[in-house]
Design a protein around this ligand. Structure first.
Ligand SMILES: [Zn+2]
Length: 123
């Protein structure tokens, strides 16, 4: 019997919220079109763009993700460095935002689709 991947696995791997088998993005993360989501799932035909402008809401998820990453890393920095200078925080925060931007942007779209996309079929 084939088990269905979990919701968290599906969000992290950017797979279709319905069948959890096919990637929702049409291009790789290293492409200049890395944020393009397919119209429909290749496997189950679920609609991956529920309405025009649907993914504008993903900006709230990316904001939350990046704030969470920064808070965790700056807390770790504060624990391991006895008296860090202010620019340690500024440089670390800037580097983290730049390094995680692509991953967070794709993850935020996946979260938006899984939490608010509903299950809609090609029609
Ligand atoms: Zn699917």
């Amino acid at each position: 019997m084939e088990s269905n991947p979990s919701l968290v696995w599906s969000i992290v791997n950017n797979t279709c919220p319905q069948c959890r088998k096919v990637n929702i993005f049409s291009h790789s993360a290293f492409s200049s079109r890395f944020l393009e989501v397919k119209e429909h799932c290749d496997n189950c035909q679920a609609r991956l763009i529920p309405e025009p402008g649907f993914y504008y809401g993903a900006m709230y998820f990316i904001y939350g993700l990046q704030v969470a990453i920064i808070v965790v890393v700056l807390t770790i920095l504060n624990i391991f460095l006895p008296d860090p200078r202010w620019y340690y925080y500024a440089i670390t925060s800037t580097l983290l935002i730049l390094l995680t931007a692509t991953v967070c942007a794709r993850l935020s779209r996946s979260m938006m689709l899984h939490f608010f996309g509903g299950l809609q079929y090609k029609g």
